[in-house]
Design a protein around this ligand. Structure first.
Ligand code: PRX
Length: 574
């Protein structure tokens, strides 16, 4: 049973669009949302048309679509500019025979060319696969191989992490900021763009055609390719309106990288489908840079994550001196539990209520949210969107009453629900094992007012700084290190990051448990997978707890870590 929460922060009048939640729920129909799209006269769609070209054709081409800044560049692009850039890149792809259904990956830091090329990929009906810039060799190879990507757009630096010799299906590599090299099979992005026409007829698609793929982690196996279809645009558009509260004059900033789902659904699609100006900040996190970004561009709607808010809070009041954040109208958070202290900090120092939103890579868009105008219970993820039914179920699919903890489940389908797991029908089916429901893997409870409260993951998935990490992927890399005999990985609670990755390791004969070896092993994971997948803590143990079939028991490791009873050990090896 969960506890009863009494604290309620009343909604604010200036964000009143969802104050009457019950009415919105009873009157809602997805068909009404669909009607707001122009659709093409053929009845077919194309995300890049709806997000970009439509605004140009309807006379809003001169409006600013993208404001990009980092420490060296500051650039602005209108919807007409984005139309032209994406048309050119679409033509480049077509010249190489790339089109409908092909998987085209983009491995690049946040910079304007990432957005141009991603839109170009969508224009020709190919499926975009953005990869986070911090991925290292193994992580990149696994994703390109599994997806069967035929083309990649990258930079000279990141190209060094792409093992092309082992990727026979990857036939075309476009390099941004690098020369063409016929011998190496490399095509200069700039040269190809300059030679391409700015006119292009988009590929007209059905709502079930592919849109984008994001790889994400579960507790077993390698990361899986979550494949989204064009239909998701209906929900991106709708949540942009009612949850992000986007209005025509907004300056909107989503801090997520397009390598993660938030950075595409809400860093690309939702703002541009709603025709608003989208701010992209390149480079790394720094409180000063972030506050200056809000101030300089007059950001009105800001979507970020709990770890970032906690770090900003950690930088203290002093970091807000001489900073003017008065342009802000609406602030939102996603990815991990949002602490009530952070909500109170926002109230006090930003004069903004931070609105928590809950969703997942697989769900494609927001499902349970705190809406503008609604009364907020700090610590709660909020209530289901009008049009979405959420519930708490036991393992057999029975509905549980208020305050009972169980599986957070969503009634199927909804527009942005994933279309498939690439190459893995069985994994897809697992989410829908209870007929009529999607099982999220999160545990939660609902209170008597219909607010949902996150309790944890049901599986072993780790959430560190809002990044989702599968223990299996990290363990597989660890055991490739010559010193490591066996490894088990868990999430250890952490005040700043929510959880950190902790690895328990038993060493091979001839290796000794030293601090240097810990560092070396962590660096090995970092170099193979990525910095965010490397364990921040390592503990050497003579032996790890295993089942008789040889599986490492992560729940026992977790119990060790938290000094809790280890529970049922009847299946342990000895
Ligand atoms: O455990 C939940 C947590 O993040 C998971 C989804 O991670 P990912 O697919 O990477 O997507 C993150 C952004 C869409 C969920 O299963 N999570 C997400 N939002 C929240 C959350 N946990 C608590 N509160 C949230 N608001």
């Amino acid at each position: 049973m969960g506890q009863v929460h009494s604290e309620i922060l009343p909604g604010r009048a200036k964000q009143a669009n969802m104050a009457d939640y019950s009415r919105a729920v009873s009157e809602f129909r997805w068909e009404d949302v669909e009607k707001s799209f122009s659709w093409h006269e053929s009845g077919k769609v194309n995300m890049a048309h709806e997000a970009i070209d439509r605004h140009v054709l309807e006379g809003r081409g001169a409006a600013t679509a993208l404001i990009y800044s980092d420490s060296a560049r500051e650039e602005m692009y209108t919807f007409s500019d984005l139309r032209e850039q994406s048309n050119r890149f679409g033509n480049v792809l077509r010249q190489h025979g790339i089109g409908r259904g092909d998987r085209v990956f983009i491995f690049m830091p946040r910079r304007p060319e990432l957005y141009f090329s991603l839109l170009g990929v969508l224009k020709v009906g190919a499926v975009a696969g953005p990869l986070f810039e911090a991925f290292m060799e193994t992580a990149v190879k696994d994703r390109l191989e599994d997806s069967g990507a035929v083309a990649l757009i990258t930079t000279p630096e990141l190209l060094q992490r792409v093992k092309r010799a082992e990727l026979p299906e990857l036939k075309h590599v476009f390099v941004v900021g690098g020369p063409s090299d016929g011998g190496q099979g490399l095509i200069s992005y700039e040269e190809a763009m300059a030679a391409a026409s700015a006119e292009l007829e988009p590929e007209w698609l059905s709502l079930e055609d592919g849109l984008i793929m994001h790889y994400t982690s579960g507790s077993t196996g390698k990361p899986k390719g979550v494949y989204h279809v064009q239909r998701a645009m209906i929900q991106h558009y709708y949540t942009g309106k009612i949850v992000l509260d986007l209005r025509p004059d907004d300056i909107y900033w989503c801090t997520a990288d397009p390598g993660w789902v938030t950075g595409t659904s809400y860093g690309i699609f939702a703002p541009w489908l709603n025709g608003v100006t989208n701010v992209v900040r390149g480079g790394r996190f720094s409180p000063q840079d972030w506050y200056k970004t809000i101030e300089r561009f007059g950001v009105t709607v800001w979507y970020s994550a709990p770890t970032a808010f906690r770090m900003l809070m950690g930088a203290g009041e002093a970091s807000l001196k001489d900073i003017d954040l008065s342009s802000l109208r609406h602030v939102l958070s996603v990815g991990e539990p949002l602490n009530p202290e952070v909500v109170r900090w926002g109230d006090k120092f930003y004069q903004q209520r931070i609105h928590d939103t809950w969703w997942m890579t697989e769900t494609g868009a927001q499902l349970i949210c705190n809406y503008p105008g609604m009364d907020i219970k700090p610590g709660s993820m909020g209530r289901p969107l009008p049009g979405i039914e959420a519930a708490i179920l036991d393992d057999r699919g029975n509905l549980l009453p208020p305050y009972a903890m169980g599986n957070l489940a969503i009634r199927t389908p909804w527009p942005s629900m994933m279309g498939k797991i690439w190459n893995n029908e069985a994994k897809y089916e697992e989410y829908f094992r209870i007929p009529g429901w999607y099982i999220s893997g999160d545990s939660a409870y609902m209170d008597e007012d219909g607010y949902f409260w996150f309790q944890g993951r049901i599986d072993d998935v780790i959430n560190s700084s809002g990044e989702r990490i599968g223990p299996f992927e990290v363990e597989s890399k660890l055991v490739e290190h010559p010193a490591v005999a066996e490894a088990g990985v868990i999430g250890k609670p952490d005040v700043m990051r929510g959880e950190i990755i902790k690895a328990f390791i038993s060493l091979r004969d001839g290796y000794f448990p030293t601090a240097e070896l810990k560092e070396e092993i962590a660096a090995f994971v970092k170099a193979g997978l990525s910095a965010h997948a490397a364990p921040r803590e390592i503990e050497f143990r003579e032996k790890l707890p295993k089942t008789r079939s040889g599986k490492i028991m992560r729940r026992v490791l977790k119990a060790w870590e938290l000094h809790l009873p280890a529970g049922d050990l009847s299946t342990i090896e000895d």
